[in-house]
Design a protein around this ligand. Structure first.
Ligand code: NIG
Ligand code: FE
Length: 418
């Protein structure tokens, strides 16, 4: 078979070969490392992964792109399975408030926080949102991210703005090399007009918004911010059940700040992931393990909220919960597109091993988006999404933190960043 692109002499080829399922416990440390590895693609598809030389049945010609992997570490394309990619404005004005000790939920309750991004997103045109999000995608791909989840949630009461965000994501998915998977998050904050009667807003989400998003095929997932002062457990349950009924896959911002029982609810409903989980209870973690719910952890948010607390990743792994790691890129609680920095936080602060970390941002990240059969590992038949890191080994990427180690990024068999 003809190869259109090959990477050879790879010092450390991290394949993540193994089952196309979320990995748990010691599976998270089995990264399928090949030293002196070689990988061949035919257009978007991986056709060979091995050690040493290519076998004779893989042919090359004058058009084959040949990349030398000497001194490099090669991994599957990184998956960022939790972002608020499309939004207007920025919130650096909150920095001085935070430094004075004002907390995230206080800023929100005072009408700032998410509400100020709602205003900026409503006022932005489609083109303005598109070009801001495109710039973020360019940054993400430069750090090795090849697949991204993008939530709505800055229209809230204004459904047209929610739709505008989802349409921007859809257009970018067509135009930009990064694949974008959309999530409807109308339940991101209670609009000010419904402060007196939040259940009325929940009814609108359930009866009007979710069916319309589903009918127009604008999102694969539905998310809710289940938190003290935002959506209660009962309201979140109703919304996520309505999502299920309408063919949207449920997921949840759970126990980010207060321990409300979000992890337990994720298990009860059968969410694909529960995200954040900084304050998740022992019982919630056990229930998630029992139901195979993926914990999508976002340590950049703990860092930026100055919460002094990180999700109990080691405990989750011990209990058998599969862990994914994402940026949570958004203008308030985590303004960074840099998934490599999140990988360093996960290891240096949450004590995950480099092997667990790379598993969390590849095959488990793919599983967090229901894409584990297509991406997340380097196996024959899978999509050719690959990162070439200018790093002698995996530990180096995590240890030498805060900089960009990407040398080249291959998406669907094409070099899209170098
Ligand atoms: O994941 N918690 C809710 N949503 C985001 C923050 C969004 C914002 O502050 O604009 C999060 O932390
Ligand atoms: Fe988030």
């Amino acid at each position: 078979m003809r190869a259109t692109l090959i990477i050879k002499n790879i010092d450390n080829l991290i394949t993540l070969k193994g089952k196309d399922k979320p990995r748990i416990k010691e599976e998270m440390r089995d990264i399928g490392l090949i030293q002196n590895g070689v990988i061949a693609l035919n257009e978007a598809e991986i056709i060979y992964v091995g050690k040493g030389e290519l076998p004779e049945n893989i042919t090359i010609d004058d058009d084959t792109i040949i990349i030398d992997g000497k001194g490099k570490t090669v991994t599957p394309g990184l998956v960022d399975a939790h972002t608020h990619l499309v939004h207007g404005g920025s919130r650096e004005n909150e920095l001085s408030m935070k430094l004075k000790g004002m907390e995230y939920l206080d800023i929100l309750a005072a009408g700032g926080g998410i509400h100020s991004t709602v205003k900026a997103t409503r006022e932005a045109t489609f083109e303005q949102l598109y070009s801001k999000a495109k710039k973020s995608l360019d940054t993400m791909i430069s750090y090795g991210t090849t697949t991204v989840e993008a939530k709505s949630g800055y229209g809230i009461g204004d459904f047209q703005t929610e739709i505008k965000q989802l349409e921007v994501a859809r257009r970018l998915n067509e135009d930009h090399p990064v694949d974008i998977i959309s999530t409807f998050m109308g339940a991101h904050a209670i609009p000010k007009d419904y402060n007196e009667d939040p259940d009325k807003f929940v009814d609108i989400i359930i009866n009007e918004m979710i069916p319309e998003v589903s009918k127009r095929d604008l999102a694969k997932f539905c998310d809710v911010f289940c938190e003290k002062g935002v959506f209660t457990i009962e309201q979140s349950r109703k919304i996520l059940l309505a999502a299920l009924e309408n063919g949207l896959i449920p997921k949840i911002h759970a126990d980010e700040i207060e321990s409300l029982g979000g992890a337990e609810l994720a298990a009860e409903i059968g969410c694909i992931t529960a995200d954040h989980l900084i304050a998740a209870s022992d019982e919630g973690i056990k229930m998630m393990a029992g139901k195979g719910i993926i914990a999508n952890l976002l340590p950049g948010t703990s860092f930026n909220l100055q919460a002094g607390k990180f999700a109990r990743a080691r405990k989750m792994i011990e209990e058998g919960v599969a862990i994914a790691l994402s940026t949570d890129y958004n203008p308030g609680s985590c303004p960074t597109e840099n998934l490599q920095l999140v990988m360093s936080f996960a290891s240096l602060i949450m004590k995950l091993t480099p092997e667990e970390v790379i598993t969390a941002v590849t095959i488990n990240g793919a599983a967090a988006l229901g894409l584990e059969e297509k991406i997340g590992s380097l196996k024959v038949g899978k999509q050719g999404d690959i990162v070439i890191f200018d790093a002698p080994n995996l530990d180096y990427i995590i240890y030498h933190f805060g900089i960009n180690h990407t040398d080249k990024v291959v998406k669907k068999g094409k070099v899209v960043f170098s």
